[in-house]
Write a protein that binds this ligand. Structure first.
Ligand SMILES: NC(=[NH2+])NCCC[C@H](N)C(=O)O
Ligand SMILES: [Mn+2]
Ligand SMILES: [Mn+2]
Length: 312
């Protein structure tokens, strides 16, 4: 491997955390994302980069029937999402503690409540680079949909009124430890939250204006000025343009090109600071077979780029 990851000791080990979970949003199929990514050969591909890869099957989640999980306010499946993300936090946290690099495959983006909590429980100084078309920072007050995949960051930051069901989510993330790249579909309430809390975001407007190289540099300068903090990369595949990654639940046109998405991953690997990565919102049931294969293939190649694959 070209660059050693500073916070991942030898033998360099990835732990694949496959999360077939869709309870944070209403469209079926996103729970099949991790299965497709693994079946596409992801594990062999990562081994090909020199990693030891641990994978003991996809995570089994308890199910809570709808009648036992009525909405809280307008939040949908709140008990289920809370229990699933709590168990993901425990699993990801234990991998990080063991010196392994957890790669979490979603599943919907509510899972990041667990993955980031897990990372921060061992690396309290870690920063988060969130690559997405969406800000996923709605609070209980601001959400229009009640879909918790649009909310994980507000819980981690401690914004909005508290839901007792989620009392385990301590606000471990600080406003200045989060940076976004790729935003283009941000709800009015979310825009106010970003402004009021001084949260740094590079939307597609800034990608157009400065180019992706400069944007990644500015994003890292914001959360990681001395390049010494561990990085958690949470990548929602819908950050990519729908022409590049069509098979996802909430596609938004005007997204990152294939190369821009990969550049972000390569640049973060080059910092040597990556400690955990999520790849979320691959939904293999929302498109024709060719589009599904395209999306799964691009998902695998984003992961390879973040984990050391280089073009030369
Ligand atoms: N992870 C995602 N794809 N999130 C989409 C969120 C859409 C919208 N902002 C909502 O709160 O429902
Ligand atoms: Mn999104
Ligand atoms: Mn998202």
């Amino acid at each position: 491997m070209a660059t050693a990851l500073r916070f991942v000791p030898e033998p360099k080990t990835i732990a694949i955390v496959g999360c077939p979970f869709s309870g944070g949003q209403p469209k079926p199929g996103v729970d099949k994302g991790p299965i497709h990514l693994v079946e596409a050969g992801l594990i062999t591909q990562l081994e090909g980069l020199g990693w030891k890869v641990k994978f003991n099957g996809h995570h089994q989640f308890e199910d809570i029937s709808a009648e036992n999980d009525p909405p809280i306010g307008i939040l949908k499946n709140p008990r289920l999402v809370s229990r699933v993300t709590k168990s993901v936090a425990d699993v990801v946290g234990s991998h990080v503690k063991n010196g392994e690099l957890p790669v979490t495959l979603g599943g919907d983006h509510s899972l990041a409540m667990g993955t980031i909590f897990g990372t921060l429980s061992h690396h309290p100084n870690a920063c988060v680079v969130w690559v997405d078309a969406h800000a996923d920072i709605n609070t209980v007050e601001s959400t229009d949909t009640g879909n918790i995949h649009g909310m994980p960051l507000s819980f981690l930051l401690g914004l909005g009124s508290k839901v007792p069901e989620f009392s385990w989510v301590k606000p471990l993330l600080k406003n200045d430890s989060l940076v976004y790249i790729g935003l283009r579909d941000v709800d009015p309430g979310e825009k106010a939250i970003l402004r009021e809390n001084n949260i740094k975001a590079f939307s597609m407007h800034e990608v157009d204006k400065y180019g992706i190289g400069k944007v990644v540099e500015m994003a890292l300068n914001h959360v990681n000025p001395n390049r010494d903090r561990p990085i958690h990369l949470s990548f929602d595949v819908d950050a990519l343009d729908p022409s590049v990654a069509p098979s996802t639940g909430t596609p938004v046109r005007g997204g990152l090109t294939f190369r821009e998405g990969h550049y972000i991953c390569e640049a973060i690997y080059e910092t040597g600071l990556l400690v955990a990565m999520d790849l979320m919102e691959v939904n293999p049931s929302l498109a024709d077979a060719a589009s599904v294969e395209q999306t799964v293939t691009v998902g695998c190649s984003l992961l390879r780029s973040a984990l050391g694959e280089t073009l030369l």
